[in-house]
Ligand binder design. Structure first.
Ligand code: ZN
Length: 308
């Protein structure tokens, strides 16, 4: 086997697609649903083409950062009105998401030509602290504003998908406020971006990250970033801000359909509010269910302890 990072021909070691340290934080999610291969299994998602030197020494600093940032802010669930401010290291966030995307693409035997020597060097060199201009990252808070408890849909706290669908306009045409009737927009087109090479969406419990990798030589990166910044309810991460207040990026529809990226002005946000107000401002049975589910999770964690 040829190591995916250094190219050395040696025995491959198991590399977690998403850091084991992050999986450890959510041991109640012990089943892997591989949607591409339509398989369900009990082992962690892995790829086995990294040498032990790269796996255990060169790239493990990224896993340490990833575990810290996720455990510090995103193991917690948030509500609509919570103000969530985080401190972050932009270069490390870029490295973390690039590594996961690269792992996932290798596991699916996709074309990995974007991950050239420059990117591999960026990932394996902990001393390289200059973020890449041709990588864009956005983040948003995933809050379940729907009346449906999370566990109804499979307790999917950790999810990732290649090529999220960016909508170019709202998914609802208009709301008739007299009757409450919602008119769906059936003609929403997908937003396309010039020179986009690789894109991913990651959900780590209460946060969503969008990773967009552009052609290095593209002249349209700034224009693409402007569209992303103003069209979607996400915070555009960057090297200058050290802290960020993260906006809610989910509505009652795409909280579960997490790879659908709705525009900021999508009326689904409004529909969700109307639904909640019509229920007296809270979803009391959802709350009861969620309380009971917490107890169930404790039982699941006891039954399925993690370990190699
Ligand atoms: Zn190696």
């Amino acid at each position: 086997m040829k190591c995916a990072y250094c190219g050395q021909v040696t025995k491959g070691t198991k590399e977690h697609i998403i850091s084991s340290g992050i999986l450890d934080l959510f041991s109640e999610c012990y089943i892997t649903f591989d949607e591409t291969r339509r398989k369900t299994h009990l082992s962690d998602p892995m790829v086995k083409d990294v040498c032990s030197e790269c796996n255990n020494k060169r790239i493990s600093y990224i896993d340490s950062y990833a575990k810290n940032v996720i455990s510090k802010y995103f193991v917690k669930e948030y509500r609509e009105n919570d103000k969530v401010e985080i401190e972050y290291d932009y270069t490390m966030i870029q490295k973390m998401l690039l590594k996961y995307a690269f792992n996932d693409m290798r596991a699916h035997k996709d074309d990995c030509s974007f991950f050239d020597e420059e990117i591999k060097h960026f990932l394996t060199d902990s001393g390289d602290t200059t973020p890449k201009e041709y990588i864009t990252v956005l983040c948003g808070l995933a809050v379940n504003v729907s009346p449906i408890p999370d566990a109804f849909m499979g307790n999917l706290k950790l999810r990732w998908a290649k090529e999220p669908v960016f909508f170019s306009n709202g998914t609802i045409d208009y709301i008739d406020y007299e009757t409450g009737q919602v008119h769906i927009n059936n003609k929403v087109e997908k937003q396309t971006f010039i020179d986009l090479r690789v894109s991913y969406v990651f959900r780590f419990n209460s946060v969503q990250f969008l990773l967009l990798c552009w052609d290095k030589t593209s002249a349209d990166i700034e224009q693409n970033k402007t569209i992303l910044k103003y069209q979607y309810p996400y915070y555009l991460m960057n090297a200058n801000d050290k802290t960020a207040i993260i906006p809610i990026c989910t509505d009652e529809g795409n909280y579960f359909q997490f790879n659908h990226i709705h525009v900021s002005w999508d009326l689904r946000f409004e529909v969700g509010k109307m639904r909640k107000l019509a229920s007296g401002g809270r979803f009391q049975y959802k709350e009861l269910y969620e309380e009971a589910w917490k107890e169930e999770e404790k039982r699941i964690i006891d039954e399925h302890p993690r370990g190699e």
